[in-house]
Ligand binder design. Structure first.
Ligand SMILES: CC(C)(COP(=O)(O)OP(=O)(O)OC[C@H]1O[C@@H](n2cnc3c(N)ncnc32)[C@H](O)[C@@H]1OP(=O)(O)O)[C@@H](O)C(=O)NCCC(=O)NCCS
Length: 386
């Protein structure tokens, strides 16, 4: 296996983008990443495309071919990766493996989702397709699943709604500094606590946004990266793990075992531990998820993430900045694009190009996505390659 670098990274604005099609979004993201890499589109040998819901929400399938057409290389083959919220991160992992194995030299990874095409109940049903037929028949939708985890975490560790609100307030504050973020309005803890209840104890402000957007990356062997990019970012580790997609068959309701195992594999591959990570983007699909993720990734002991978040430890100026992009709560959650968008933030931060939201003293940056019911996790670790 040879080392792999990211030489190009770009994301569109995230939001309710009524006027934009999937083709438009992919055209902008793909062209942006290629320009950022200083590479002609003809050099791309394969496209790895993350997308979860295009058939259901837009009527379009064969998304990798749409991406190829959108960036002007319709003859270039590609594959669409679908594992719910992990779709984009899984696409990156496969791209990484193929370049590392020497099969391709220059590849494009993209993620896209156009979600705001239907009334909210239909979007919620589309997302619920990731759950088992039995769980869907029982009326399960995403906020209800994560509410079960929140209730279990509260019962076991004394986590409160105020703790959950501190996650949302932090990520809203981070989103204020991100020009591409879906949500750029300050929201106070009181407003979060007073927002309409969606699934007890999760209120509307505990839920991620329903977002349209796209992101793209260009990968190549690290040995070639310097020819194109003065600030290549290396993929130090890439790991994936799964668990049962049936809600009644989980190992735990206060932890996602796929995250624990993906993180362990990533740390082993990178020969580092959680204490070596400087900052992370993690899957805050609901506020409780961020707290559980922080414990599953080994950043905090079980039950300690809530207090640490409230104390500012994970804020932009804290010891371990988490979701400095605004995360799924404020930058937004364009499902199949989110895992790629996280990496655009990692690249931007590691290059020192994040402007007003730049974090100081960065060494290793971790990204984490949790997808499915949730039944799969993907963890990547990045470092500067220059
Ligand atoms: C919470 C949720 C159900 C929407 O709630 P809703 O009350 O039906 O939202 P509506 O579409 O009726 O919008 C009502 C208002 O709430 C706002 N809003 C909607 N979702 C919001 C969210 N997640 N956070 C904050 N505000 C939100 C809208 O902008 C709108 O504001 P306006 O009145 O100022 O225009 C929806 O956002 C959701 O399901 N989010 C999670 C998505 C998800 O599961 N993703 C996958 C995770 S694994």
């Amino acid at each position: 296996m040879r080392p792999v670098s990211i030489i190009g990274a770009y994301e569109t604005r995230w939001g309710v983008l009524k006027e934009r099609t999937i083709h438009d979004l992919l055209a902008e993201a793909g062209a942006g990443a290629l320009t950022n890499a200083g590479l002609e589109s003809e050099a791309i040998q394969f496209i790895y495309l993350g997308n979860a819901f295009a058939e259901t929400l837009t009527g379009q399938a064969a998304l990798a071919s749409v991406a190829a057409d959108a960036i002007g290389i319709p003859h270039v083959p590609g594959i669409r990766f679908e594992c719910a919220c992990c779709s984009g991160a899984a696409a990156l992992r496969d791209a990484y493996l193929h370049v590392a194995a020497g099969i391709y030299d220059f590849v494009l990874v993209a993620g896209v989702e156009k979600m705001n095409t239907r009334p909210m109940p239909e979007i919620l049903r589309a997302i619920a397709a990731s759950f088992s037929q039995e769980d869907q028949a029982a009326g399960i939708v995403a906020p209800a699943v994560f509410a079960l985890y929140a209730q279990a975490h509260m019962a076991k560790y004394g986590t409160t709604r105020a703790h959950l609100a501190s996650v949302a307030a932090k990520n809203y504050a981070n989103g204020l500094l991100n020009p591409v973020a879906h949500w750029r309005k300050p929201v106070s803890i009181d407003e979060i606590l007073a927002s309409p209840m969606i699934a007890e104890p999760l209120s509307r402000h505990d839920c991620s946004l329903v977002t349209d957007g796209a992101a793209a990356l260009v990968l190549c062997p690290a040995e070639s990266a310097g020819r194109f990019q003065t600030k290549p970012i290396n993929i130090k580790a890439s790991a994936i793990a799964g668990e049962s997609y049936k809600i009644a068959c989980r190992d735990s309701y206060t932890s996602f075992s796929s995250t624990v195992r993906a993180a362990a594999a990533a740390y082993a591959a990178a020969k580092v531990g959680p204490k070596d990570i400087s900052a992370a983007e993690t899957h805050d699909c609901f506020t409780i998820t961020e707290l559980i993720n922080l414990e599953d990734l080994g950043f905090f002991a079980r039950g300690d993430a809530a207090g640490a978040t409230q104390a500012g430890f994970t804020s932009r100026g804290g010891a371990l900045p988490i979701n400095v992009s605004g995360g799924l709560k404020a930058k937004g959650h364009a499902i199949g694009a989110t895992g790629v968008g996280q990496v655009v933030e990692a690249v931007s931060q590691l290059r020192g190009e994040a402007g007003v939201r730049q974090i100081d003293h960065l060494d290793l940056f971790l990204t984490h996505m949790l997808g499915g019911a949730p039944s799969v996790s993907v963890v990547h670790i990045f470092e500067r390659g220059y």
